[in-house]
Design a binder for this molecule. Structure first.
Ligand SMILES: [Cu+2]
Length: 147
């Protein structure tokens, strides 16, 4: 009887997992990336994901940041910038693929973007006028490949 109980439990877990994955129509996988925003880094827990809807679970510190996804073949530190060091989101070689501002402090924010295959750079593009700090130029950038 004990063994039978274990098997039922395993079947229930498998069923729950299947139901969880099914709603993403036409996709064979569910992609989620945990991203931590700090001064001064954007740190995803994976560097490659599958194309399709990608959920980012973004955790920020007590300071104000945003989470921006740029599609670009440029290296993370080589995006076009203005005179203050902020990324020119309409500049050559980059295309805005997603943005989440107003991230909750102290809790994880979930945002999802539909991402096609290619190379991306995850950035925070906040300009702090008081501190004269462009968060991107301070180091808030990371590569992400979508396959
Ligand atoms: Cu920032």
């Amino acid at each position: 009887m004990k063994q039978s109980g274990k098997q039922n439990f395993a079947a229930a877990v498998f069923l729950a997992f299947s139901i969880y994955c099914v709603p993403v129509a036409g996709q064979s996988s569910f992609e989620a990336v945990n991203v931590v925003l700090t001064e001064w880094a954007v740190t995803p827990d994976k560097s490659t994901v599958n194309a399709g809807p990608v959920t980012f679970i973004v955790t920020g510190p007590s300071d104000a940041h945003e989470f921006v996804v740029m599609k670009t073949a440029l290296a993370p530190g080589s995006l076009p910038v203005d005179g203050d060091g902020n990324v020119d989101e309409n500049g050559p070689g980059v295309m805005l693929a997603g943005r989440a501002g107003g991230l909750a402090v102290g809790t994880a924010s979930r945002v999802a973007f539909e991402l096609g295959p290619g190379d991306y750079v995850l950035i925070c593009n906040i300009w702090d006028a008081a501190e004269r700090e462009a968060h991107y130029s301070m180091g808030m950038r990371a590569a992400l490949r979508v396959e």
